[in-house]
Design a protein around this ligand. Structure first.
Ligand code: FPP
Ligand code: MG
Length: 325
């Protein structure tokens, strides 16, 4: 299985200069907090992520040199992402993120929530400075989607959880930020048709990424992913692998599982997933989202080349077979 942290290397290499300018900009943001908060903000802002959302901004902006506006927009995307992860780790009671203790475990729930809020507000301030109503409006709309997606996930009734509901949730909590990143990147060129296509492709790529992430929660070890594994088992989330498993199990087993996970261990469920063809089923749905993104991009020839490359790297994350957890 591939190491997810080693992925997206072609896109990262192509945008090496852009990412360097982005990291310098991001580092500076940590100093914009009160002295008592600065250390905490630094701890959250500086750990190295994969920077997928900033890369999406640069792919869609399609500029060979780092543009100031694209760098600022990439920072907005990353800061929204970071603040959402800080909140998510409180919600999921997670101790590990990007191979390090979460803000929640380090500073406590109250502080972590407020720190997430402060980072989110800081992102809004950078978006406002862009002086482009599209960037500003997209930023606030995206945060609203993220929060609503997360709320819908916690409200989703077990018996009523199906693929349609799942898509609605992941469109909100994950795909909205991929769509945002592609949209504000593409909008650097002030080309409306390209911006629209990039947003549509971004939404599909975001769905595919969350599907992959949901499989990892079941089948990938913490050592590989660098984050707490199995939170979806503990909180009994009916994510894609579980929906697929329910459709494959004999009726009695499915009825048991759709009430509660309590009669199963995580390892039992993971083995069932591997044995019942759940992985293949999820891969089919993942591939369909990648194809839909590619179809949007193909209409745009040259401009879409970098996003198409990103789509190919994302497609390469999903293994044909999963090893042991
Ligand atoms: C990860 O989900 C979480 C998200 C993609 C978004 C969560 C959004 C919020 C908590 C609202 C954020 C609020 C503000 C103000 C920005 P996951 O648990 O499936 O993924 P994981 O495996 O990375 O934990
Ligand atoms: Mg989580």
């Amino acid at each position: 299985m591939r190491n997810p942290n080693a992925s997206f290397s072609s896109t990262a290499a192509r945008f090496k200069k852009h990412l360097a300018a982005f990291k310098t900009f991001l580092k500076k943001q940590a100093s914009e907090f009160e002295s008592e908060v600065k250390e905490q903000a630094k701890k959250c802002i500086l750990p190295k992520g994969k920077y997928l959302r900033p890369m999406l901004v640069f792919c869609a902006a399609a500029s060979p040199e780092p543009r100031k506006d694209a760098v600022a927009r990439a920072a907005v995307a990353e800061l929204i992402h970071l603040s959402s992860l800080i909140h998510d780790d409180v919600i999921d009671n997670a101790s590990l993120r990007r191979g390090s203790p979460t803000a929640y475990k380090t500073f406590g729930a109250k502080n972590a929530v407020l720190l997430g809020d402060a980072l989110f507000a800081h992102a809004m301030s950078i978006a406002f400075d862009e002086a482009d109503p599209f960037v500003w409006k997209s930023s606030v709309d995206t945060v609203k989607s993220l929060c609503q997606g997360e709320i819908m996930q916690s409200l989703a009734a077990k018996g009523a959880y199906d693929y349609k509901k799942y898509l609605q949730i992941i469109d909100g909590k994950t795909a909205a930020l991929f769509k945002f990143s592609c949209g504000v990147g593409a909008a650097c060129a002030k080309d409306e048709a390209w911006t629209l296509a990039a947003q549509k492709a971004g939404l599909r790529l975001g769905r595919a990424y969350q599907m992959y992430d949901d499989i990892c929660d079941w089948l990938m070890s913490e050592k590989r992913s660098g984050k707490t594994a199995g939170t979806d088992f503990v909180s009994e989330k009916y994510t894609l692998p579980v929906i697929a498993l329910l459709s494959k199990l004999p009726k009695r087993e499915a009825a048991k599982l759709s009430k509660s996970f309590s009669e199963f261990t995580r390892a039992d469920m993971a083995s069932l997933m591997k044995d019942c063809g759940v992985v293949e089923e999820c891969k089919k749905l993942f591939d369909a989202e990648i194809s839909a993104a590619r179809a949007e991009l193909e209409k745009f020839g040259g401009k879409s080349e970098y996003l198409a490359e990103f789509a190919a790297e994302l497609a390469g994350l999903m293994p044909e077979k999963w090893g042991s957890i």
